[in-house]
Design a protein around this ligand. Structure first.
Ligand SMILES: [Zn+2]
Ligand SMILES: [Zn+2]
Length: 267
């Protein structure tokens, strides 16, 4: 099988035509499958106690299966519908054509631009709305913080407003601003499926050697609460550095000793 054949088999445009589905719906379900394969992998590893030397902590009370129903509901009710509306409005999931094609060498530029927009929306909403004194309970961020960053699927365990701010808007608005085509939009969503679930898995496959790819930052956010608002796996981590809000700026060097601890301090 040649590379062209492989690309043909994973081409969302081909699948859309074959099943007569909107391109956004096809792309969403490719994303959905990748996300759930990644989460099932972490769930199986947790259940069978595999890969122990890479596991940073196990602070969660809720299990993969307990988190699953709300996650699937969020994804289908809010994420899928937003992808579909975005396509209908002409903002995202534009059919690849000569007009919106881009040369491959521009991909790192677009990915960097995406990370920049994403971090501004994610960090601002996370720190100044969701972790504000009034917003933590009112906007429902307390739901996501009932998880502690050691079960991959907990990335999407959120209340409605939290889910729109931190998942739907923070991913789809940058894509609408960059405005390339459905291939790029799908690539970003699949990247988020893998890195986002990894960020919440409690595993560090690089054993701390690749700092930007260590879930320790987001685990610190879940376990210490008022730090590391944006510096998750793969992010540019500009704003936590700029505002000096990474966990090490507060002097935290390790996870808290007490399991299931929720630091209610908010900034
Ligand atoms: Zn938070
Ligand atoms: Zn989280």
């Amino acid at each position: 099988m040649s590379l062209t054949d492989i690309l043909y088999w994973v081409d969302p445009v081909v699948w859309s035509k074959r099943f007569d589905l909107p391109l956004s719906v096809t792309c969403f379900f490719i994303y959905f499958i990748v996300f759930h394969i990644a989460c099932a992998f972490f769930g199986i590893a947790d259940y069978w106690k595999l890969l122990r030397k890479y596991k940073l902590h196990e602070s969660d009370e809720k299990t993969y299966l307990q988190l699953l129903p709300r996650v699937v509901f969020n994804q289908l009710a809010f994420y899928l519908t937003s992808c579909y509306i975005g396509e209908k409005m002409g903002w995202i999931f534009r059919t690849p054509s000569k007009d919106n094609a881009f040369q491959l060498w521009k991909l790192p530029i677009y990915l960097t631009l995406y990370s920049f927009y994403h971090e501004i929306i994610f960090y601002s909403a996370h720190r100044w709305l969701l972790h504000s004194k009034w917003g933590f309970n009112l906007l429902g961020h307390n739901v996501h913080h009932t998880t502690k960053g050691s079960v991959g699927i907990s990335q999407h365990y959120m209340s409605v407003i939290d889910y729109y701010l931190e998942i739907v808007f923070s991913i789809l608005i940058p894509l609408a601003l960059i405005r390339t085509n459905a291939y790029f939009d799908l690539l970003v969503m699949v990247e988020d499926a893998i890195l986002g679930s990894y960020d919440h898995s409690g595993y560090d496959f690089f054993l701390g050697n690749l700092k930007r790819y260590s879930p320790a930052y987001h685990s610190m956010h879940h376990l210490r609460s008022s730090c590391s608002y944006g510096d998750g796996v793969g992010s540019l981590a500009l704003l936590d550095k700029l505002f000096r809000t990474s966990y090490y700026h507060y002097g935290y060097q390790s996870f808290p000793k007490v399991k299931h601890l929720v630091d209610e301090k908010s900034s």
